[in-house]
Design a protein around this ligand. Structure first.
Ligand SMILES: NC(=O)c1ccc[n+]([C@@H]2O[C@H](COP(=O)([O-])OP(=O)(O)OC[C@H]3O[C@@H](n4cnc5c(N)ncnc54)[C@H](OP(=O)(O)O)[C@@H]3O)[C@@H](O)[C@H]2O)c1
Length: 301
């Protein structure tokens, strides 16, 4: 496979580039990865259109097509209460995360969808997209926007052999975790600071689960699953597979306005469990409570 991976100088991107050592990987980041871990590497700030366009030209000169894009590059940026952080820094955080993803897709789209098998695009969300995360408003807003970008592109690309999905990796110990701690409770917030400290000590969520989800989304098994916001820690492939063909007709694994009459009438955990059981029966999919807003039946306005 020919895979473009962004954010390969650290964290999840570096882990993935190592995991896909047997494939042809073109890595991007501003800093070099620690060792020669990918077949090709270009230093690039993904939030700069001209730079991304330049790398796309470079890649096109070598590779005629791409089988997959895994966009890991992202930054927490302006951390602190929204009404106290520097406005320019806040705006730059939102902009660089959204523009970075958009620029990568915009520049590399012509290389996708030109082979026999479907091309795969995977972005990363989480960190404030599935629920509010005080003190991380800029990052959370950007990560939520990326979910909507993915879903919109899945609609626009219906006629193309491309699947695009976005993954919440879980709480993975990386530089982002260490940043939350080094910023301290005053900026990160007491709860986030305590959670990150505990996470660093305990080892955090499983990065192997992230790899399993990414491998599934790159595989032909996932063909047709597109426009979904998936959790690497909570969503099970054996539950996704039977629902694969019906997912396109459902709101499962998407962001929707929650206004379920059943839920409004009774928002107790017992009712959540009942709704969960009923969805498990009808869709063969089990969901955890923190992702309930992604699956509850909704009224669209
Ligand atoms: N770790 C978690 O628990 C967690 C949870 C939810 C979501 N995520 C998401 O998962 C993805 C990977 O996160 P991570 O934890 O691995 O983060 P990380 O350890 O901080 O690594 C981020 C990577 O992105 C690159 N990057 C950042 N801004 C860039 C830019 N403008 N241009 C090019 N490269 C850039 C960094 O490289 P350079 O600095 O060298 O450019 C680095 O390689 C991110 O999208 C993050 O939002 C992570």
């Amino acid at each position: 496979m020919k895979i473009l991976i962004t954010g390969v100088s650290g964290g999840i991107g570096l882990y993935l580039v190592r995991a896909f050592r047997g494939e042809e990987v073109w890595g991007l980041a501003r800093r070099n990865p620690p060792a020669k871990v990918c077949s090709n590497f270009s230093a690039c700030d993904v939030s700069q259109w001209r730079a991304v366009e330049g790398v796309a030209t470079e890649v096109r000169a070598t590779w005629k097509h791409l089988d997959a894009i895994i966009h890991c590059a992202g930054t927490q940026g302006a951390v602190g209460e929204a009404m106290t952080v520097d406005p320019t820094e806040w705006a730059n955080t939102v902009r660089s995360n959204i523009e970075g993803a958009y620029f990568i897709l915009r520049a590399f789209f012509p290389l996708l969808g030109s082979t026999q098998s479907r091309s795969k695009v995977i972005l990363f969300s989480g960190g404030g997209a599935s629920k509010p995360r005080p003190n991380f408003s800029a990052y959370g807003c950007a990560k939520t926007a990326l979910v909507r970008l993915v879903e919109t592109l899945a609609e626009e690309w219906k006629q193309f052999p491309i699947d695009i999905n976005i993954v919440a990796p879980g709480a993975i110990n990386t530089a982002m975790t260490r940043e939350v701690i080094s910023l301290g409770p005053a900026k990160s917030g007491r709860e986030e600071y305590a959670r990150a400290t505990k996470q660093l000590d305990s080892g955090g969520d499983s990065i192997e689960n992230v790899e399993v989800m990414i491998r599934f989304l790159l595989s032909r098994q996932s063909d047709g699953i597109t426009g979904r916001f998936l959790s690497a820690q909570w969503d099970r492939i054996e539950q996704l597979l039977p629902a694969r063909d019906s997912l396109a007709m459902s709101d499962l694994y998407t962001l929707r306005r929650v206004a379920s009459e059943a839920c409004k009438a009774d928002a107790s955990p017992t009712n959540h469990a009942r709704l969960d059981a009923s969805l498990t029966r009808s869709h063969g999919i089990a969901v955890n409570e923190s992702f309930c807003h992604c699956w509850l039946r909704t009224h669209r306005t």
